[in-house]
Design a protein around this ligand. Sequence first.
Ligand code: MN3
Length: 254
Amino acid sequence: MSPAPNRSTIDRRTALGAVAATGIGTLLARPSLGGQGVAGLSAATLGYQPAMGEYTLPPLPYPAEALEPHIDAQTMTIHHTRHHAAYVRGLNIALQQLDLIRTGGGDPALVKHWSRELSFHGSGHVNHALFWNCMSPDGGDEPAGPLAEAIERDFGSYNAFAAQFRLAAETVEGGGWAWLIHEPLGGRLMIIQQEKQQDMMITGARPLLGVDVWEHAYYLRYQNRRAEYVGAFMRVINWRFVERLYQSTVAAHP
Ligand code: MN3
């Protein structure tokens, strides 16, 4: 087993000392790292490499220019290949460092630091993988089927949902996200704001539709006009994808 490409971030002597009996490659390739998928996304969609226990940046599900004119190609390219890629790198580093601490080769005093890194970068990776799939050049219509019925039940109408979702997105303070989530205890749909990429999500809730309102998601095309960007996002929502996520969620929480 060859070592992971960015292993250089680890103190090699410490790492090798901790896992001398098995070798770090073996450690990271243990069978429990099989990859079952996260948040309704498959391991492949998340770029998970089971053999290494690491993530790679998954490709966009469409060309970078496919969402023009609503979301411009330059923004998509920078957002995907720089911002999203950085979260994937940060996630892998946090996983490696926490693995070292768990196996006695890292500094236990840093577990809070690396846990925060894992939360920020891991959430950043999953959020963006969802986000790309929540958009499509064929999108922008309205939800159908059981999801449409649940939206009418919980918001009154699609238009009422859309107004609330847009307002949540427009009023996030600083960098963050707006999400349509399924709250499993009550079996209801809710709209929430997420601060940064990980704060204020509800444990156990399933995110279904999210819009990234960090400035890097829209500033090149829309500058400070976030509401205009959110309106553009509404015109590319891939409701077929969101419907499938919803149906797999309610199947798991009948
Ligand atoms: Mn982003």
